[in-house]
Design a binder for this molecule. Structure first.
Ligand code: DX5
Ligand code: ZN
Length: 221
C-alpha cells in the first residue's frame, strides 16, 4: 500500500498561501487538495480555477480538485486547463455522474467520485470500471476543522472489501475530514490509501514536516 498525504489548503493562511504551499511541498506533501465550494451545494465558498493556476506556478506536485458545487461539469475544463491533475466530483451534485467522470477523462485528467457520509456505497459500484479514485467524506462537506464521523470507518472497510472482490479494482480510496494522528490509524487499517488533512496540518504547533511525517508513520502502523 502506498500512503499519500494530501494537505488541504482550505486551512492554510490565505494571506500567505504561497508560503504555506511551498512549505507543505518541501515538508513532503504527496499531493495538494484544493476545495472548490460554490455556496449552494455546500454552505461555504472557497477556491476558484485561478487559485489552481496560481498553485500550478509554485508546485510540481499533483493538484487534486474537490468540487463541492452544483453543475460541476461547467468547471471541469477550466480547472484542468489551470493545471489540475485529478478532478473529484460529488455523486450527489450531478444527475449524470457517469457522464461527468467521462468528461474529466476525455480532457486527460484523472477522475474520482466523492460520496457524502449519508450516501450509500451502492451509488458508486457501477463506476468502478471508469474511476481512478473514490473519496469517502468522513465529515459533512463545507468546512475544515470538523470532527471525524466514527461510523465512516466501517464504510471504508466495506468499500475496500468491495474493491478486493471486484473485477475492476483499479482505484484508490481517499478520506477527507477530521483526519489527525488518531483517525488516520483506523482509516488506514480500514483500507484507505490517500489522506486529506487540513486543520491538523496547518493549525498545528509543531512544524509541517513533523506533522506530515507523523501522519505517514501512523498510517503505516
Ligand atoms: C471539507 C473539505 C476538507 C477540509 C478538511 O468539506 O472538503 O478538504 O479542508 O479539513 P479538516 O482536515 O480540518 O477536517
Ligand atoms: Zn476536501
Amino acid at each position: 500500500m502506498t500512503v499519500k498525504i494530501a494537505p488541504s489548503i482550505l486551512s492554510a493562511d490565505i494571506m500567505n498561501l504561497e508560503r504555506d504551499v511551498r512549505a507543505a511541498d518541501q515538508a513532503g506533501a504527496d499531493v495538494f487538495h484544493i476545495d472548490m465550494m460554490d455556496g449552494n451545494f455546500v454552505p461555504n465558498m472557497s477556491f476558484s480555477p485561478s487559485v489552481v493556476e496560481g498553485m500550478r506556478r509554485v508546485t510540481d506536485k499533483p493538484l487534486d480538485i474537490h468540487m463541492m458545487m452544483e453543475n460541476p461539469d461547467a468547471y471541469v475544463k477550466p480547472v484542468i486547463d489551470a493545471g489540475a491533475n485529478t478532478v473529484l466530483i460529488h455523486a450527489e451534485s450531478t444527475q449524470h455522474i457517469y457522464r461527468s467522470i467521462e468528461l474529466v477523462k476525455s480532457l486527460g485528467a484523472k477522475a474520482g467520485v466523492v460520496i457524502n457520509p449519508g450516501t450509500p456505497l451502492e451509488t458508486v459500484k457501477e463506476l468502478f470500471p471508469v474511476i481512478d479514485r473514490i473519496l469517502v467524506m468522513t465529515v459533512n462537506p463545507g468546512f475544515g476543522g470538523q470532527k471525524f464521523i466514527p461510523g465512516m470507518t466501517k464504510k471504508i472497510q466495506r468499500l475496500d472489501q468491495l474493491r478486493q472482490t471486484a473485477a475492476d479494482d483499479n482505484f484508490d480510496i481517499e478520506v477527507d475530514g477530521g483526519i489527525n494522528d488518531e483517525t488516520i490509524v483506523q482509516c488506514a487499517k480500514a483500507g484507505a490509501d490517500i489522506f486529506v488533512a487540513g486543520s491538523y496540518l496547518f493549525n498545528g504547533q509543531e512544524g509541517l514536516k513533523d506533522r506530515i511525517d507523523g501522519l505517514r508513520s501512523m498510517a503505516f502502523d
